[in-house]
Design a protein around this ligand. Structure first.
Ligand code: NAD
Length: 478
Protein backbone atom coordinates (compact mmCIF):
# COMPACT_ATOMS: atom_id res chain seq x y z
CA UNK A 1 0.00 0.00 0.00
CA UNK A 2 1.64 3.29 -1.03
CA UNK A 3 1.06 6.22 1.36
CA UNK A 4 -2.18 8.16 0.82
CA UNK A 5 -1.71 11.92 0.93
CA UNK A 6 -5.20 12.91 1.89
CA UNK A 7 -7.20 16.13 1.87
CA UNK A 8 -9.99 17.57 3.98
CA UNK A 9 -13.50 17.06 2.62
CA UNK A 10 -15.18 20.44 2.90
CA UNK A 11 -18.64 19.78 1.53
CA UNK A 12 -17.02 17.05 -0.53
CA UNK A 13 -14.31 19.27 -1.97
CA UNK A 14 -10.78 17.98 -1.43
CA UNK A 15 -8.71 20.71 0.19
CA UNK A 16 -5.16 20.74 1.55
CA UNK A 17 -3.56 17.56 0.19
CA UNK A 18 -0.37 19.46 -0.70
CA UNK A 19 0.20 21.07 2.69
CA UNK A 20 3.72 21.57 4.12
CA UNK A 21 4.89 18.76 6.43
CA UNK A 22 4.43 20.87 9.57
CA UNK A 23 0.74 21.33 8.63
CA UNK A 24 0.17 17.58 8.16
CA UNK A 25 -0.46 14.69 10.53
CA UNK A 26 1.37 11.46 9.73
CA UNK A 27 -0.47 8.18 10.17
CA UNK A 28 1.89 5.27 10.76
CA UNK A 29 1.16 1.54 10.89
CA UNK A 30 1.43 0.72 14.62
CA UNK A 31 3.02 -2.67 13.83
CA UNK A 32 5.53 -1.85 11.05
CA UNK A 33 5.86 1.90 11.75
CA UNK A 34 5.55 2.46 7.97
CA UNK A 35 3.86 5.61 6.74
CA UNK A 36 0.25 4.80 5.82
CA UNK A 37 -0.69 8.34 4.89
CA UNK A 38 -0.92 11.99 5.82
CA UNK A 39 -3.87 14.27 6.46
CA UNK A 40 -3.90 18.07 6.61
CA UNK A 41 -4.17 20.01 9.84
CA UNK A 42 -7.23 22.11 9.13
CA UNK A 43 -7.07 25.82 9.93
CA UNK A 44 -9.75 27.63 11.93
CA UNK A 45 -10.80 29.34 8.70
CA UNK A 46 -11.42 25.96 7.06
CA UNK A 47 -13.47 24.76 10.02
CA UNK A 48 -15.60 27.92 9.83
CA UNK A 49 -16.05 27.45 6.09
CA UNK A 50 -17.34 23.91 6.65
CA UNK A 51 -19.93 25.18 9.15
CA UNK A 52 -21.00 28.07 6.91
CA UNK A 53 -21.64 25.77 3.94
CA UNK A 54 -23.47 23.27 6.12
CA UNK A 55 -25.66 25.91 7.77
CA UNK A 56 -26.63 27.41 4.41
CA UNK A 57 -27.77 24.05 3.06
CA UNK A 58 -31.27 22.71 3.71
CA UNK A 59 -31.66 19.15 2.52
CA UNK A 60 -34.83 18.39 0.59
CA UNK A 61 -34.10 14.68 0.16
CA UNK A 62 -37.17 12.48 0.52
CA UNK A 63 -37.14 9.44 2.79
CA UNK A 64 -36.90 7.29 -0.32
CA UNK A 65 -33.89 9.21 -1.63
CA UNK A 66 -32.05 9.05 1.70
CA UNK A 67 -32.78 5.35 1.96
CA UNK A 68 -31.42 4.78 -1.54
CA UNK A 69 -28.18 6.63 -0.79
CA UNK A 70 -27.65 4.60 2.38
CA UNK A 71 -28.48 1.31 0.65
CA UNK A 72 -26.06 2.10 -2.19
CA UNK A 73 -23.35 2.90 0.36
CA UNK A 74 -24.08 -0.36 2.24
CA UNK A 75 -23.66 -2.31 -1.00
CA UNK A 76 -20.39 -0.47 -1.73
CA UNK A 77 -19.03 -1.25 1.76
CA UNK A 78 -19.87 -4.94 1.28
CA UNK A 79 -18.23 -5.03 -2.16
CA UNK A 80 -15.14 -3.15 -0.97
CA UNK A 81 -14.82 -4.84 2.43
CA UNK A 82 -11.33 -6.26 1.71
CA UNK A 83 -10.01 -2.79 0.82
CA UNK A 84 -11.72 -1.24 3.87
CA UNK A 85 -10.37 -3.92 6.21
CA UNK A 86 -6.83 -3.48 4.85
CA UNK A 87 -6.99 0.28 5.49
CA UNK A 88 -8.40 -0.10 9.01
CA UNK A 89 -5.67 -2.63 9.82
CA UNK A 90 -2.92 -0.45 8.33
CA UNK A 91 -3.80 2.64 10.33
CA UNK A 92 -4.95 1.07 13.62
CA UNK A 93 -2.95 -2.17 13.99
CA UNK A 94 -6.20 -4.14 14.50
CA UNK A 95 -6.01 -7.65 13.04
CA UNK A 96 -7.55 -8.25 9.61
CA UNK A 97 -10.09 -10.50 11.34
CA UNK A 98 -11.21 -7.60 13.54
CA UNK A 99 -11.18 -5.14 10.63
CA UNK A 100 -13.24 -7.39 8.40
CA UNK A 101 -15.78 -7.77 11.18
CA UNK A 102 -15.86 -3.99 11.52
CA UNK A 103 -16.52 -3.52 7.78
CA UNK A 104 -19.52 -5.85 8.14
CA UNK A 105 -20.81 -3.79 11.06
CA UNK A 106 -20.49 -0.59 9.00
CA UNK A 107 -22.63 -2.13 6.25
CA UNK A 108 -25.20 -3.06 8.93
CA UNK A 109 -25.31 0.51 10.25
CA UNK A 110 -25.97 1.77 6.71
CA UNK A 111 -28.65 -0.84 6.12
CA UNK A 112 -30.44 -0.05 9.39
CA UNK A 113 -30.25 3.68 8.58
CA UNK A 114 -31.76 2.98 5.14
CA UNK A 115 -34.61 1.02 6.73
CA UNK A 116 -35.27 3.38 9.63
CA UNK A 117 -35.59 6.47 7.50
CA UNK A 118 -38.49 4.89 5.66
CA UNK A 119 -40.46 4.80 8.93
CA UNK A 120 -42.50 7.69 10.23
CA UNK A 121 -42.80 7.44 14.01
CA UNK A 122 -45.23 10.36 14.26
CA UNK A 123 -47.99 9.91 16.84
CA UNK A 124 -51.61 11.01 17.00
CA UNK A 125 -53.35 11.83 20.30
CA UNK A 126 -57.14 12.16 20.45
CA UNK A 127 -57.95 14.98 22.87
CA UNK A 128 -61.47 13.94 23.95
CA UNK A 129 -60.15 11.56 26.59
CA UNK A 130 -60.61 13.60 29.78
CA UNK A 131 -63.75 15.25 31.27
CA UNK A 132 -62.61 18.65 29.98
CA UNK A 133 -61.27 17.20 26.70
CA UNK A 134 -61.97 18.70 23.30
CA UNK A 135 -62.76 17.10 19.99
CA UNK A 136 -59.30 17.76 18.50
CA UNK A 137 -56.19 15.77 17.75
CA UNK A 138 -52.52 16.48 18.51
CA UNK A 139 -50.04 15.07 15.98
CA UNK A 140 -46.23 14.83 16.15
CA UNK A 141 -43.61 15.07 13.43
CA UNK A 142 -39.83 14.86 13.51
CA UNK A 143 -37.69 17.51 11.89
CA UNK A 144 -33.95 17.84 11.32
CA UNK A 145 -32.11 20.28 13.59
CA UNK A 146 -32.04 23.93 12.58
CA UNK A 147 -28.26 24.04 12.99
CA UNK A 148 -25.36 21.76 12.21
CA UNK A 149 -24.21 18.65 14.09
CA UNK A 150 -20.58 18.34 15.20
CA UNK A 151 -19.37 14.74 15.47
CA UNK A 152 -16.11 13.75 17.15
CA UNK A 153 -14.99 10.10 17.12
CA UNK A 154 -12.32 7.94 18.85
CA UNK A 155 -9.66 5.64 17.38
CA UNK A 156 -10.87 2.22 18.41
CA UNK A 157 -13.33 1.44 15.59
CA UNK A 158 -11.97 3.73 12.88
CA UNK A 159 -14.93 3.40 10.51
CA UNK A 160 -17.79 2.04 12.61
CA UNK A 161 -17.68 4.88 15.14
CA UNK A 162 -17.90 7.28 12.23
CA UNK A 163 -20.79 5.36 10.65
CA UNK A 164 -22.74 5.56 13.93
CA UNK A 165 -22.58 9.37 13.75
CA UNK A 166 -22.94 10.01 10.01
CA UNK A 167 -25.65 7.50 9.10
CA UNK A 168 -28.31 8.75 11.56
CA UNK A 169 -27.50 12.31 10.44
CA UNK A 170 -28.10 11.44 6.79
CA UNK A 171 -31.20 9.41 7.67
CA UNK A 172 -32.73 12.46 9.39
CA UNK A 173 -31.73 14.99 6.69
CA UNK A 174 -29.23 16.78 8.93
CA UNK A 175 -25.87 18.36 8.09
CA UNK A 176 -22.77 17.20 9.90
CA UNK A 177 -19.18 18.32 10.35
CA UNK A 178 -17.12 15.31 11.42
CA UNK A 179 -13.73 15.33 13.11
CA UNK A 180 -12.37 11.77 13.27
CA UNK A 181 -9.56 10.72 15.59
CA UNK A 182 -6.23 12.08 14.37
CA UNK A 183 -4.84 8.58 15.01
CA UNK A 184 -7.09 6.93 12.38
CA UNK A 185 -8.44 9.60 10.00
CA UNK A 186 -8.07 7.64 6.74
CA UNK A 187 -10.97 5.22 7.25
CA UNK A 188 -13.27 8.18 8.00
CA UNK A 189 -12.29 9.88 4.74
CA UNK A 190 -12.89 6.67 2.79
CA UNK A 191 -16.32 6.34 4.41
CA UNK A 192 -17.23 9.90 3.42
CA UNK A 193 -16.13 9.22 -0.18
CA UNK A 194 -18.29 6.10 -0.31
CA UNK A 195 -21.30 8.21 0.72
CA UNK A 196 -20.57 10.97 -1.79
CA UNK A 197 -20.23 8.32 -4.52
CA UNK A 198 -23.56 6.85 -3.38
CA UNK A 199 -25.19 10.22 -4.10
CA UNK A 200 -25.02 12.11 -0.80
CA UNK A 201 -25.28 15.85 -1.45
CA UNK A 202 -21.76 16.93 -0.35
CA UNK A 203 -23.05 19.89 1.68
CA UNK A 204 -24.54 17.38 4.13
CA UNK A 205 -21.12 16.10 5.27
CA UNK A 206 -17.71 17.68 5.77
CA UNK A 207 -14.72 15.87 7.26
CA UNK A 208 -12.17 17.98 9.10
CA UNK A 209 -8.85 16.50 10.18
CA UNK A 210 -6.42 18.25 12.43
CA UNK A 211 -4.91 18.96 15.78
CA UNK A 212 -7.62 19.10 18.46
CA UNK A 213 -5.62 21.75 20.35
CA UNK A 214 -6.11 24.08 17.40
CA UNK A 215 -9.61 23.31 16.18
CA UNK A 216 -11.61 21.49 18.87
CA UNK A 217 -13.02 24.61 20.56
CA UNK A 218 -14.26 25.96 17.23
CA UNK A 219 -16.00 22.63 16.56
CA UNK A 220 -17.75 22.92 19.93
CA UNK A 221 -18.65 26.61 20.02
CA UNK A 222 -19.21 27.78 16.43
CA UNK A 223 -22.60 29.53 16.39
CA UNK A 224 -23.92 27.18 13.69
CA UNK A 225 -23.56 24.13 15.97
CA UNK A 226 -26.84 22.85 17.46
CA UNK A 227 -25.71 19.46 18.72
CA UNK A 228 -22.39 17.80 19.58
CA UNK A 229 -22.17 14.03 19.42
CA UNK A 230 -18.97 12.68 20.94
CA UNK A 231 -17.57 9.20 21.50
CA UNK A 232 -14.28 8.97 23.37
CA UNK A 233 -12.70 9.18 26.80
CA UNK A 234 -14.23 10.61 29.97
CA UNK A 235 -11.82 13.53 30.36
CA UNK A 236 -12.56 14.99 26.94
CA UNK A 237 -16.26 14.16 27.24
CA UNK A 238 -16.48 16.22 30.42
CA UNK A 239 -14.48 19.03 28.83
CA UNK A 240 -17.00 19.08 25.97
CA UNK A 241 -19.92 19.15 28.41
CA UNK A 242 -18.36 22.17 30.15
CA UNK A 243 -17.68 23.98 26.89
CA UNK A 244 -20.86 23.29 24.93
CA UNK A 245 -23.13 25.83 26.65
CA UNK A 246 -26.74 25.92 25.43
CA UNK A 247 -26.47 22.99 23.01
CA UNK A 248 -27.59 19.40 22.98
CA UNK A 249 -24.68 17.07 23.83
CA UNK A 250 -24.63 13.30 23.32
CA UNK A 251 -21.66 11.68 25.09
CA UNK A 252 -20.61 8.04 24.73
CA UNK A 253 -17.62 7.67 27.04
CA UNK A 254 -15.42 4.98 28.53
CA UNK A 255 -16.35 1.73 30.22
CA UNK A 256 -15.05 -0.73 32.79
CA UNK A 257 -17.35 -3.65 32.04
CA UNK A 258 -17.41 -6.80 34.15
CA UNK A 259 -18.16 -10.35 33.16
CA UNK A 260 -19.76 -11.92 36.26
CA UNK A 261 -19.45 -15.71 36.48
CA UNK A 262 -21.79 -17.38 39.00
CA UNK A 263 -21.22 -20.81 40.57
CA UNK A 264 -23.78 -22.50 38.26
CA UNK A 265 -22.23 -21.09 35.05
CA UNK A 266 -21.13 -23.25 32.15
CA UNK A 267 -17.42 -22.55 32.68
CA UNK A 268 -16.36 -23.45 29.17
CA UNK A 269 -18.85 -20.94 27.75
CA UNK A 270 -18.02 -18.31 30.38
CA UNK A 271 -14.25 -18.54 29.80
CA UNK A 272 -14.74 -18.30 26.03
CA UNK A 273 -16.88 -15.19 26.47
CA UNK A 274 -14.31 -13.74 28.90
CA UNK A 275 -11.37 -14.08 26.51
CA UNK A 276 -13.35 -12.94 23.46
CA UNK A 277 -14.59 -9.94 25.41
CA UNK A 278 -11.07 -9.13 26.61
CA UNK A 279 -9.04 -9.57 23.42
CA UNK A 280 -11.24 -8.88 20.38
CA UNK A 281 -10.35 -5.53 18.83
CA UNK A 282 -7.14 -5.75 20.92
CA UNK A 283 -9.22 -5.10 24.04
CA UNK A 284 -9.97 -1.63 22.73
CA UNK A 285 -13.74 -1.56 22.89
CA UNK A 286 -15.63 0.67 25.25
CA UNK A 287 -17.57 -2.51 26.08
CA UNK A 288 -14.57 -4.86 26.27
CA UNK A 289 -14.45 -7.15 29.29
CA UNK A 290 -12.20 -5.19 31.64
CA UNK A 291 -12.87 -7.12 34.87
CA UNK A 292 -13.52 -10.86 35.35
CA UNK A 293 -15.62 -11.34 38.50
CA UNK A 294 -15.87 -15.02 39.39
CA UNK A 295 -17.60 -16.87 42.24
CA UNK A 296 -14.93 -18.32 44.55
CA UNK A 297 -16.41 -21.84 44.29
CA UNK A 298 -15.60 -22.06 40.58
CA UNK A 299 -12.67 -19.63 40.45
CA UNK A 300 -9.89 -22.23 40.15
CA UNK A 301 -11.38 -24.06 37.16
CA UNK A 302 -12.53 -20.85 35.45
CA UNK A 303 -9.07 -19.33 35.82
CA UNK A 304 -7.37 -22.42 34.32
CA UNK A 305 -9.69 -22.25 31.31
CA UNK A 306 -9.09 -18.52 30.84
CA UNK A 307 -5.33 -19.07 30.96
CA UNK A 308 -5.48 -21.94 28.42
CA UNK A 309 -7.64 -19.93 26.02
CA UNK A 310 -5.47 -16.84 26.46
CA UNK A 311 -2.32 -18.78 25.58
CA UNK A 312 -4.09 -20.09 22.46
CA UNK A 313 -5.12 -16.58 21.33
CA UNK A 314 -2.85 -15.91 18.31
CA UNK A 315 -1.43 -12.40 18.42
CA UNK A 316 1.16 -10.67 16.28
CA UNK A 317 1.32 -9.29 12.72
CA UNK A 318 -2.12 -7.67 12.19
CA UNK A 319 -2.05 -8.29 8.42
CA UNK A 320 -1.46 -12.05 8.82
CA UNK A 321 -4.72 -13.91 8.11
CA UNK A 322 -4.11 -16.26 11.07
CA UNK A 323 -3.65 -13.51 13.64
CA UNK A 324 -6.55 -13.09 16.05
CA UNK A 325 -5.20 -9.97 17.74
CA UNK A 326 -2.93 -7.24 16.37
CA UNK A 327 -1.37 -4.31 18.19
CA UNK A 328 -2.98 -1.69 20.38
CA UNK A 329 -3.13 1.81 18.95
CA UNK A 330 0.44 2.86 19.78
CA UNK A 331 3.45 2.09 21.92
CA UNK A 332 2.46 4.66 24.57
CA UNK A 333 -0.81 2.78 25.15
CA UNK A 334 1.00 -0.58 25.39
CA UNK A 335 3.47 0.89 27.88
CA UNK A 336 0.60 2.16 30.03
CA UNK A 337 -0.93 -1.34 30.29
CA UNK A 338 2.49 -2.78 31.07
CA UNK A 339 2.96 -0.26 33.88
CA UNK A 340 -0.49 -0.93 35.35
CA UNK A 341 0.07 -4.70 35.31
CA UNK A 342 3.53 -4.21 36.90
CA UNK A 343 1.93 -2.12 39.63
CA UNK A 344 -0.76 -4.76 40.28
CA UNK A 345 1.89 -7.51 40.50
CA UNK A 346 3.88 -5.37 42.96
CA UNK A 347 0.69 -5.03 45.04
CA UNK A 348 0.10 -8.79 45.19
CA UNK A 349 -1.72 -9.82 41.99
CA UNK A 350 -0.45 -13.03 40.32
CA UNK A 351 0.61 -12.98 36.67
CA UNK A 352 -0.63 -16.14 34.91
CA UNK A 353 -0.13 -15.37 31.20
CA UNK A 354 1.15 -12.75 28.80
CA UNK A 355 2.59 -9.39 29.89
CA UNK A 356 5.15 -9.23 27.09
CA UNK A 357 5.51 -6.12 24.94
CA UNK A 358 7.21 -5.32 21.62
CA UNK A 359 6.48 -1.77 20.55
CA UNK A 360 2.69 -1.46 20.30
CA UNK A 361 2.18 -5.23 20.53
CA UNK A 362 1.09 -6.31 24.01
CA UNK A 363 0.39 -9.99 24.71
CA UNK A 364 -3.04 -11.07 26.00
CA UNK A 365 -2.48 -11.00 29.74
CA UNK A 366 -4.16 -12.76 32.69
CA UNK A 367 -3.83 -11.51 36.26
CA UNK A 368 -5.32 -13.42 39.19
CA UNK A 369 -6.03 -12.35 42.78
CA UNK A 370 -6.72 -8.80 41.72
CA UNK A 371 -8.06 -6.40 44.32
CA UNK A 372 -10.80 -3.99 43.18
CA UNK A 373 -8.72 -1.08 44.50
CA UNK A 374 -5.81 -1.71 42.07
CA UNK A 375 -5.42 0.84 39.28
CA UNK A 376 -5.64 -1.84 36.57
CA UNK A 377 -9.33 -2.38 37.42
CA UNK A 378 -10.29 0.88 39.11
CA UNK A 379 -9.42 2.82 35.97
CA UNK A 380 -10.39 1.84 32.42
CA UNK A 381 -7.52 -0.32 31.06
CA UNK A 382 -8.21 -0.04 27.32
CA UNK A 383 -6.20 -3.08 26.18
CA UNK A 384 -5.97 -6.90 26.25
CA UNK A 385 -5.79 -7.49 30.00
CA UNK A 386 -7.94 -10.02 31.93
CA UNK A 387 -7.87 -9.18 35.66
CA UNK A 388 -9.63 -11.82 37.77
CA UNK A 389 -11.43 -10.78 40.96
CA UNK A 390 -13.08 -13.37 43.22
CA UNK A 391 -16.35 -12.86 45.06
CA UNK A 392 -18.36 -14.94 47.56
CA UNK A 393 -21.97 -13.74 47.17
CA UNK A 394 -24.34 -11.94 44.84
CA UNK A 395 -24.24 -8.91 47.14
CA UNK A 396 -20.46 -8.75 46.92
CA UNK A 397 -20.47 -9.18 43.12
CA UNK A 398 -22.94 -6.31 42.74
CA UNK A 399 -20.91 -4.11 45.09
CA UNK A 400 -17.66 -4.76 43.18
CA UNK A 401 -19.33 -4.41 39.76
CA UNK A 402 -20.82 -1.04 40.76
CA UNK A 403 -17.63 0.07 42.49
CA UNK A 404 -16.08 2.06 39.65
CA UNK A 405 -16.95 5.42 38.16
CA UNK A 406 -18.23 3.77 34.97
CA UNK A 407 -21.58 2.26 34.02
CA UNK A 408 -21.60 1.12 30.41
CA UNK A 409 -22.41 -2.58 30.01
CA UNK A 410 -21.97 -5.97 31.67
CA UNK A 411 -22.06 -9.69 31.07
CA UNK A 412 -23.61 -12.26 33.37
CA UNK A 413 -23.03 -16.03 33.25
CA UNK A 414 -25.77 -17.93 35.07
CA UNK A 415 -29.09 -19.61 34.31
CA UNK A 416 -30.78 -18.68 37.59
CA UNK A 417 -33.60 -16.30 36.86
CA UNK A 418 -33.76 -14.98 40.45
CA UNK A 419 -30.07 -14.05 40.27
CA UNK A 420 -30.43 -12.57 36.78
CA UNK A 421 -33.33 -10.41 37.99
CA UNK A 422 -31.25 -9.04 40.87
CA UNK A 423 -28.34 -8.13 38.61
CA UNK A 424 -30.62 -6.57 35.99
CA UNK A 425 -32.25 -4.44 38.70
CA UNK A 426 -29.13 -3.53 40.69
CA UNK A 427 -26.24 -3.16 38.25
CA UNK A 428 -25.67 0.54 37.52
CA UNK A 429 -25.13 0.12 33.78
CA UNK A 430 -26.78 0.75 30.42
CA UNK A 431 -26.86 -2.94 29.39
CA UNK A 432 -26.86 -6.42 30.96
CA UNK A 433 -26.14 -9.30 28.55
CA UNK A 434 -26.84 -12.75 29.96
CA UNK A 435 -24.47 -15.40 28.53
CA UNK A 436 -23.03 -12.97 25.98
CA UNK A 437 -20.16 -10.50 25.98
CA UNK A 438 -20.91 -6.97 27.27
CA UNK A 439 -20.38 -5.63 23.75
CA UNK A 440 -23.18 -7.71 22.22
CA UNK A 441 -25.67 -5.52 20.39
CA UNK A 442 -27.32 -4.86 17.07
CA UNK A 443 -26.23 -1.65 15.37
CA UNK A 444 -29.93 -0.74 15.55
CA UNK A 445 -30.64 -1.30 19.25
CA UNK A 446 -30.34 1.33 22.01
CA UNK A 447 -26.78 1.54 23.31
CA UNK A 448 -25.02 3.72 25.86
CA UNK A 449 -24.05 4.11 29.48
CA UNK A 450 -24.66 6.03 32.70
CA UNK A 451 -22.36 7.50 35.41
CA UNK A 452 -19.01 8.43 33.79
CA UNK A 453 -19.88 6.32 30.72
CA UNK A 454 -22.46 8.81 29.49
CA UNK A 455 -25.44 10.95 30.35
CA UNK A 456 -27.94 8.22 29.54
CA UNK A 457 -28.79 9.39 26.01
CA UNK A 458 -28.55 6.34 23.82
CA UNK A 459 -26.90 5.67 20.49
CA UNK A 460 -27.66 2.85 18.07
CA UNK A 461 -29.21 3.94 14.79
CA UNK A 462 -32.77 4.31 16.07
CA UNK A 463 -31.98 6.31 19.22
CA UNK A 464 -29.37 8.46 17.47
CA UNK A 465 -32.00 9.42 14.89
CA UNK A 466 -34.28 10.54 17.73
CA UNK A 467 -31.55 12.65 19.36
CA UNK A 468 -30.70 14.27 16.00
CA UNK A 469 -34.25 15.59 15.50
CA UNK A 470 -36.68 18.08 16.97
CA UNK A 471 -40.15 16.81 17.70
CA UNK A 472 -42.85 19.22 16.63
CA UNK A 473 -46.48 18.91 17.66
CA UNK A 474 -49.42 20.42 15.80
CA UNK A 475 -53.10 20.14 16.65
CA UNK A 476 -56.07 20.08 14.30
CA UNK A 477 -59.79 20.42 14.96
CA UNK A 478 -60.47 17.04 13.32
P1 NAD B 1 -10.13 10.45 23.27
O1 NAD B 1 -11.12 10.97 24.25
O2 NAD B 1 -8.68 10.60 23.57
O3 NAD B 1 -10.35 11.14 21.84
C1 NAD B 1 -11.60 11.11 21.21
C2 NAD B 1 -11.70 12.24 20.21
O4 NAD B 1 -11.68 13.49 20.90
C3 NAD B 1 -10.60 12.30 19.17
O5 NAD B 1 -11.16 12.58 17.91
C4 NAD B 1 -9.77 13.49 19.65
O6 NAD B 1 -9.10 14.16 18.60
C5 NAD B 1 -10.85 14.40 20.19
N1 NAD B 1 -10.38 15.46 21.09
C6 NAD B 1 -9.18 15.60 21.70
N2 NAD B 1 -9.15 16.71 22.43
C7 NAD B 1 -10.36 17.31 22.31
C8 NAD B 1 -10.95 18.48 22.85
N3 NAD B 1 -10.30 19.27 23.68
N4 NAD B 1 -12.21 18.76 22.52
C9 NAD B 1 -12.91 17.97 21.69
N5 NAD B 1 -12.40 16.83 21.14
C10 NAD B 1 -11.15 16.51 21.45
O7 NAD B 1 -10.53 8.93 23.07
P2 NAD B 1 -9.74 7.82 22.28
O8 NAD B 1 -8.49 7.53 23.03
O9 NAD B 1 -9.68 8.13 20.83
O10 NAD B 1 -10.78 6.59 22.43
C11 NAD B 1 -10.78 5.73 23.51
C12 NAD B 1 -11.88 6.07 24.49
O11 NAD B 1 -13.15 6.10 23.84
C13 NAD B 1 -12.01 5.02 25.57
O12 NAD B 1 -12.19 5.65 26.80
C14 NAD B 1 -13.26 4.26 25.18
O13 NAD B 1 -13.88 3.60 26.24
C15 NAD B 1 -14.09 5.35 24.61
N6 NAD B 1 -15.14 4.79 23.76
C16 NAD B 1 -16.46 4.88 24.16
C17 NAD B 1 -17.47 4.30 23.40
C18 NAD B 1 -18.91 4.37 23.80
O14 NAD B 1 -19.77 4.21 22.94
N7 NAD B 1 -19.25 4.57 25.07
C19 NAD B 1 -17.13 3.66 22.22
C20 NAD B 1 -15.81 3.60 21.84
C21 NAD B 1 -14.82 4.17 22.61
Amino acid sequence: MSPRHEALRIAGEKIGADRAPDRCIEVRNPYTRELVGTVPKATLEEVRQAFQIARAHKSALSRFERSNILNRAAAAVRTRSAEIAALITAESGLSLKDSRYEAGRVADVLMFGANECLKDDGQTFSCDITPHGRKRRVHTQREPLLGVITAITPFNHPMNQVAHKVVPAVATNNRMVLKPSEKVPLSALLFADILYEAGLPPEMLSVITGDPHEIADELLTHPAVDLITFTGGVAIGKYIASKAGYRRVVLELGGNDPIIVMDDADLDEASTLAVQGSYKNSGQRCTAVKRLLVHEQVAERFTELVVDKTRAWAYGDPSDEKTEMGTVIDEAAARLFEARVDEAIAQGARLLAGHRRHGALYAPTVLDRVDPAMTVVREETFGPVSPIIRFGSVDEAIRIANGTAYGLSSSLCTNRLDVIRRFVDELQVGTVNVREVPGYRLELTPFGGIKDSGLGYKEGVQEAMKSFTNLKTYSLPW
